[in-house]
Structure formats: structure tokens, C-alpha cells
Design a protein. Sequence first.
Length: 118
Amino acid sequence: QVQLVESGGGLVQAGGSLALSCADSGRTSKIYAMGWFRQAPGKGREIVAAINWRGDNTYYSDSVKGRFTISRDNFKNTVYLQMDGLKPEDTAVYYCAAQTSLGVYDVWGQGTQVTVSS
């Protein structure tokens, strides 16, 4: 089954950049799409970006559009989130997730902390 492992979180100053990776280490299921979500303290989980299997269709939330870039390397079974122009309000735990059932994010990684200082 699909197993997702995130990496790349950390502490950065406002205006800086971080790159997150999400590796699928155990796939035996088809993946329709991958997404990055985040959850800030005291808030619900929100989708940040998503990409379809072929990598030719992407989605970004309004809060990150123009600053974040999602991409995938199917040969490496890895999805990336390049985060530029980070703001303190981007501070959250970031999760990657996979759709092994069409339209449903049903496999989740463990999350990685991103902290942006002002």
C-alpha cells in the first residue's frame, strides 16, 4: 500500500524559502492525485496545493498562489512543494496526502513542521 514520508520542514525567516518532499515508499496502489495540506495551531486542516498523476494539472489555494510551487517526479515516486516568500502565517504542520480512491485523499503522511519567524 501507499506509504508517505514528508521531509524538508524547519525554521526560516519571513521572506525565505523551504522545499518539502513527500516520498511514496510502498506503493502498490494507483494514485490519482497528490496534495499538500497544512494545519496551523488552533485551526482546521486546509489544502495548500494539489497535482494530478500526470503532473499537468495543479491547484493552489489563494493564500499561496504565486509563492508556492507543487511538482512531482513519478520515477522517484516523490512530490515536492517549493515554498518561496514565506510569511509568518504560513507557520503550520504540513502534510502530504494521496488519492488512491478518485476524489478522496485517503493516505496521509505524518506531517512536517514549518515555522516562519517575523
